[in-house]
Ligand binder design. Structure first.
Ligand SMILES: [Zn+2]
Length: 208
């Protein structure tokens, strides 16, 4: 599987979407439903691939790199966003207080309440289990894929460029990315990116 992962990573920039689809389909297991749903989103393959890594626990966090001996003992394994906990996958993508607040804003944007899940896998299990209409579902499925990728991008900007994370900006950015991909790719979408961001409740009522 490690061979497959590195092969896909190297080729993501130039391969067609069909390559990623085949790869998702090849990864059969008890959670295939999540994989199928992840694939059915209309986000770019790089976002879907990151969602897959997060789902399978293969994101290269500081904790992970330390465990496999890539980082030595002198290098901090604390979360680069809050500096208050070890940077595990579930912490940096879900439980970090700053990140959790963004997730909550997104769930509230949908007019829903939730209890934060223990792991990314639990999050996605819950996500795909929510009952929605067909086109609402397409929009809904975009949320975790875009959010996971956006958080990791923000984290990398802090780690590699020293850019301070702005979580207020992140909420707007994630909503705009979701709206853009929905507007561009969901057949029959009659609403603008701005409509989706600002009037999601009304847009959902009109979606089939
Ligand atoms: Zn943190």
């Amino acid at each position: 599987m490690e061979f497959k992962v590195s092969k896909i990573v190297k080729s993501l920039g130039r391969r067609r979407v069909s390559s990623v689809r085949k790869w998702f389909q090849a990864d059969r297991g008890p959670d295939l439903c999540i994989g199928k749903r992840l694939w059915k989103t209309v986000t770019p393959p790089k976002m879907q691939f990151f969602g897959w890594l997060a789902w399978r626990g293969r994101v290269k966090t500081s904790e992970f790199l330390h465990k496999i001996g890539v980082l030595d003992d002198q290098v901090s394994v604390l979360c680069p966003l809050c500096s208050n906990a070890i940077e595990s996958i579930s912490h940096v993508l879900l439980h970090c207080p700053l990140v959790w607040r963004v997730w909550s804003d997104l769930v509230n944007w949908w007019g829903m309440c939730w209890v934060i899940p223990c792991t990314v896998e639990d999050l996605l299990q819950w996500w795909v289990g929510v009952k929605l209409k067909k086109n609402e579902r397409k929009l809904w499925n975009l949320v975790p894929i875009v959010m996971l990728w956006s958080v990791w991008k923000l984290r990398n900007e802090k780690v590699f460029s020293g850019r301070p994370p702005n979580f207020v900006e992140l909420v707007d950015l994630v909503k705009s990315r979701i709206a853009f991909w929905a507007y561009s790719n969901i057949v029959g979408m009659q609403y603008s990116v701005q409509d989706i961001v600002i009037n999601l409740h009304q847009v959902r009522q009109c979606l089939g």
